[in-house]
Design a protein around this ligand. Structure first.
Ligand code: TYM
Length: 333
């Protein structure tokens, strides 16, 4: 059976981008057709300055939201990364496989490091090695497919390179995974700046729709989305990125139609925005409602995470043990 692994980082409230780029496929497709594991990857949240209590709160919220979005613990395994030691154990072996040049070429590292330095801050070493930990997340589960948005494609490519290199050096140990992406909305853009990805870490401004936003907040954000001043409605990502983003979100919300075809049905930007706002409100309504129910039942969420961690450990342990032996480490005596 195909093995699927993916994760979400608890650095902020989950966004519409996380949902359309990744989570929706996990809950609607992957968990029904594959042996699927999903993780709240909390160790990754430590690569930048963070408040401990907030990371804890956001980790729990992310797990609760994944359940609210439809992740079924009977079908898939949901766990918190730091509850399973194998991630950190394997990460070190992969640090011995990767090169520093490879790390420095990662686009997300370059962007985030430049931002940190621009603020006069320092860059944590873990920000540089982050993709190695991500590779460990994936390879520890003998993963075949990694459902992610476009921004993670380069990290999954690196994971493949590391798996192949390790296997060549030490004998076949890791499954070589591949990324899968959604047909539309693989990169949802910020509603206020359609040249930037809609991201949860950047303070969650007016251009970011969060999964727990109230309907009126969603409507306000969508209606105020930045577009150009054109009149005719066409899907032109290069020339009209704001409008293209709205059309892609609409296509994703309404069943994955073609954004260019959708555009043909509209004669004003206002009408597009109104339909996007209502489509997003309806998409998120059941998630918000279910989240409220689950928050009232924390012991249920605890139970899911406890069981999830136990299942995840059982899968990862033998894979990581095999890798330890392959590189020449003496087995415990
Ligand atoms: P993270 O937490 O930033 O995002 C979680 C998932 O959401 C996708 N995504 C988007 N998709 C479309 N449009 C957007 N604006 C958008 N923003 C985010 C991401 O592509 C991702 O699939 N490094 C990862 C977390 C991670 C991971 C892993 C993922 C750690 N280990 C192993 C897969 C497998 C990250 O920061 O995702």
């Amino acid at each position: 059976m195909t093995r699927v692994f993916s994760g979400v980082k608890p650095t902020g409230h989950l966004t519409l981008g996380n949902y359309l780029g990744a989570v929706r496929r996990w809950v609607r497709e992957d968990q029904y057709r594959a042996d699927a594991l999903f993780s709240v990857v909390d160790l990754h949240a430590l690569t930048v300055e963070h408040e401990p209590a907030r990371v804890r709160r956001l980790s729990r919220q992310a797990a609760t939201l994944l359940l609210a979005a439809g992740l079924d613990p009977k079908r898939s395994t949901l766990f918190v990364q730091s509850h399973v030691d194998e991630h950190a154990r394997l990460s070190y072996l992969l640090e011995c496989t990767a090169t520093d040049g490879e790390m420095r070429r990662m686009i997300q590292y370059r962007e985030k490091a430049a931002r940190e330095r621009g603020r006069g801050g320092s860059v944590r070493l873990s920000l540089l090695t982050y993709p190695v930990l991500m590779a460990a997340d994936i390879l520890a589960y003998a993963t075949d497919e990694v459902p992610v948005g476009d921004d993670q494609a380069q990290h999954v490519e690196l994971t493949r390179d590391l798996a192949v290199r390790f296997n060549q050096r030490y004998g076949h140990t890791f499954t070589v995974p591949r990324a899968t992406r959604p047909a539309v909305a693989a990169r949802v853009m910020d509603l206020q700046d359609p040249t930037a990805k809609m991201g949860k870490s950047e303070g969650g401004g007016p251009g970011v729709v969060h999964l727990l936003d109230e309907p009126d907040a969603v409507r306000r954000k969508v209606m105020r989305a930045v577009t150009d001043s054109g009149r005719d409605v066409v899907h032109d990502p290069a020339g009209r990125p704001g409008l293209a983003n709205l059309l892609e979100v609409l296509a994703a919300c309404t069943g994955g139609g073609d954004p260019a075809e959708l555009a043909a049905g509209y004669s004003s930007y206002g009408a597009v925005k109104r339909d996007v706002a209502e489509a997003v409100v309806e998409l998120l309504r059941p998630v918000r409602e279910r989240h409220a129910e689950l928050v009232a039942d924390p012991s249920y969420v605890d139970g899911v995470l406890r069981e999830g961690a136990a299942r995840a450990r059982a899968v990862a342990r033998p894979v990581v043990d095999r890798a330890y032996r392959a590189v020449g480490l003496l087995p415990p005596v």
